[in-house]
Write a new protein. Structure first.
Length: 125
C-alpha cells in the first residue's frame, strides 16, 4: 500500500436508499453530501443527524478522506485501502469525487480502521 494521509471526519453520516424516481429531499444537508441516482435507486449520504430515522438503519458511518487532490491517473487507491481494511474485517462504503476518495466505515469500526490504516504505514488525522 502506498503511504497515504487520511482525514477522519465528524459528524457521522447516514447512507439512505430511496426509489429511483424520488426527489432529493430537503433534509439532505451537511458538510459532506453525496447523491447518486441510477435506474434502480437514489442513494444519499448525508449528516446522520439530518436523515429521518425511518429511512436508514440507524447505524452511523465515519468518513475517512484521502488527503488530496489525487491525480485521476492513479491506480489502485481504493483497492489498497479496501484490502487493508478487509484484512482487519472492516466493511467499507466508498465514494469518489473529482479531487479524492472517501472511505466510510461504520462508527463501531472507526477505531479499528484507524489502527489498521496506521499499521499499514499511513497517517490518520
Amino acid at each position: 500500500m502506498n503511504t497515504m494521509t487520511f482525514l477522519k471526519h465528524t459528524p457521522t453520516l447516514a447512507v439512505v436508499r430511496l426509489d429511483a424516481g424520488a426527489v432529493v429531499p430537503p433534509w439532505v444537508v451537511g458538510d459532506f453530501v453525496s447523491i447518486t441516482r441510477t435506474a434502480n435507486e437514489l442513494s444519499i449520504v448525508c449528516d446522520a443527524a439530518a436523515a429521518p430515522v425511518e429511512l436508514w438503519d440507524g447505524d452511523p458511518w465515519v468518513r475517512f478522506e484521502v488527503a488530496g487532490p489525487l491525480d485521476l491517473t492513479m491506480t489502485g487507491v481504493i483497492a489498497d485501502i479496501a484490502t487493508c481494511l478487509a484484512a482487519a474485517e472492516i466493511p467499507v462504503f466508498t465514494i469518489a469525487t473529482y479531487d479524492t476518495d472517501h472511505v466510510l466505515v461504520r462508527k463501531r469500526y472507526a477505531d479499528q480502521a484507524t489502527i489498521a490504516l496506521r499499521a499499514a504505514g499511513n497517517l490518520v488525522r
